[in-house]
Design a protein around this ligand. Structure first.
Ligand code: UD1
Length: 417
């Protein structure tokens, strides 16, 4: 298995162009299942999670052509309605295919996604919302067998937590349902709006995406369409934090600054100078990073949980103590033990982590525990004096396209072997 080796302690500087958002392309690929025709999707990131989603589409009977960053999916002739266990295991978030497959095929059969690297990932909100739309769900030996007869029926759905995946699943199921579906307490992440934009271009009628009430007027059929995926705000946050920790300068090209507001506010508190133009965000790091008293991860528009680990790594060498309160995923702090190998001082208690800034980090031998934790290790390694070896980098491949190439172009000494 491949490893990454980084010789740290060097400033990184320059500019990088963001990839399309991982968390947009995955539900959009699931949405192509609803379209009896071609979906041409531009700005697709080269990620293993995207490959996994493409394998699911091909298993269902779709014809998928990838040309550079454009993926064309033709779902005119779908034959299957199941997702094999091996594909579900490759990408736990493939649960988002459930609403789309059930809506298109009248039935769906998938294995229960079970636990993932961030701990148990329940799907109760997905299942109860889909059941409200008329999907009958039976679980047998870990397989969810679902059917809805001829059609799903629109209704009012109340989510008790603004789950991103559950909101997407209901949108996918509601688009061709009979009547009107209203989601109360919907997730407001930019990727939800991107999914709605894609579907509306294909003839859906979804109103209110980006707010906590989304109304979906059922449409009988969707048509071929073309769409460009929004830039990845978490990739942007990662490169900004990586630059801040090395004392460098960066311009992130192709960003949507409004999506980065909570991350930029933490970076500013840490003493970074930020400037924003129409489609770019620039950062100049301070000589010494300052502590950030408290960062609380929250659903959008709060501070994103996915940016927590990268910014935690950045704050390990800040002047003073910072605190993280993780409100979304209980196992985010699994990466803390690996960060401690660099000499970081981090204390955790349940959902709270206190990071006591140290003068410097030293290179270490570490392994990724999850995708964003892996990014935190890369950031710590860039700051650390000496050589770091990072293993289990398949986690990074799930969410960062061309990571080593991008960092090398910014002046980092980084090798993948
Ligand atoms: C998505 C993102 C992930 C991000 C997360 C939160 C994708 C592919 N992944 O994940 O990168 O970290 O949003 O912004 O878009 N929950 C339940 N029951 C459910 C569903 C969720 O209890 O049925 C809980 C989860 O355990 C978690 C919280 O709700 O504690 C948030 O999960 P959710 O918003 O659903 O995250 P994902 O859609 O899985």
């Amino acid at each position: 298995m491949a490893d990454i080796t980084i010789s740290g302690g060097k400033k990184i500087s320059g500019s990088i162009k963001l990839s399309g958002a991982k968390n947009s392309i995955l539900p959009i690929l699931a949405a192509t299942v609803l379209i009896s025709g071609k979906s041409i999707i531009h700005n697709c990131p080269e990620l293993s999670d995207v490959e996994a989603a493409v394998k699911i589409l091909e298993h269902l009977g779709a014809i998928v052509i990838t040309e550079q960053s454009t993926i064309t999916v033709d779902c005119s002739n779908l034959k299957k309605y199941d997702i094999p266990d091996s594909l579900m295991r490759e990408m736990r978030s493939s649960i988002v295919f459930l609403g789309a497959i059930a809506a298109r095929m009248g039935k769906a059969s998938i294995s229960s996604p079970g636990g993932c690297e961030l701990g148990p990932r329940p799907i109760d909100l997905h299942l109860s919302a889909l059941a409200d739309l008329g999907l009958k769900i039976e679980e047998e030996y870990g397989i969810l067998n679902c059917s809805c007869g001829n059609e799903l029926i629109g209704t009012d759905i109340q989510l008790s937590f603004p789950s991103v995946g559950a909101t997407e699943n209901v949108i996918l199921a509601g688009v061709t349902a009979k009547g009107i579906t209203v989601i109360h307490g919907a997730a407001r992440e930019p990727e939800i709006s991107d999914l709605a934009d894609f579907l509306n271009r294909a003839g859906a009628n979804i109103q209110g995406a980006g707010s906590d009430i989304i109304t979906i007027y059922g449409t009988s059929a969707l048509h071929s369409t073309e769409h460009t995926v929004i830039p990845d705000r978490i990739e942007a946050a990662t490169y900004l934090a990586a630059t801040a920790v090395t004392g460098g300068k960066i311009t992130v090209l192709g960003a949507i600054p409004a999506h980065l507001t909570p991350v930029m506010s933490v970076l500013k508190s840490a003493g970074c100078e930020l400037s924003v133009k129409h489609n770019e965000v620039s950062l100049i790091a301070p000589v010494k990073l300052k502590r950030v008293p408290v960062i609380r991860t929250m659903p959008h528009p709060g501070f994103p949980t996915d940016a927590g680990s990268p910014l935690m790594a950045m704050l390990t060498i800040a002047d003073g103590s910072s605190m993280f309160v993780e409100n979304i995923f209980e196992n985010r702090f699994r990466i803390v033990d690996e960060l401690k190998r660099f000499g970081a001082k981090i204390y955790t208690n349940g959902r709270v982590a206190v990071i006591e800034g140290v003068k410097a980090l030293s290179g270490a031998t570490v392994e990724c525990t999850d995708l964003r934790g892996g990014a935190a290790l890369v950031i710590a390694a860039l700051a650390a004096n000496g050589v770091t070896k990072i293993s289990k980098i398949h986690h990074l491949d799930r969410g960062y396209a061309k990571l080593t190439e991008n960092l090398r172009s910014l002046g980092a000494e980084i090798e993948r072997s």
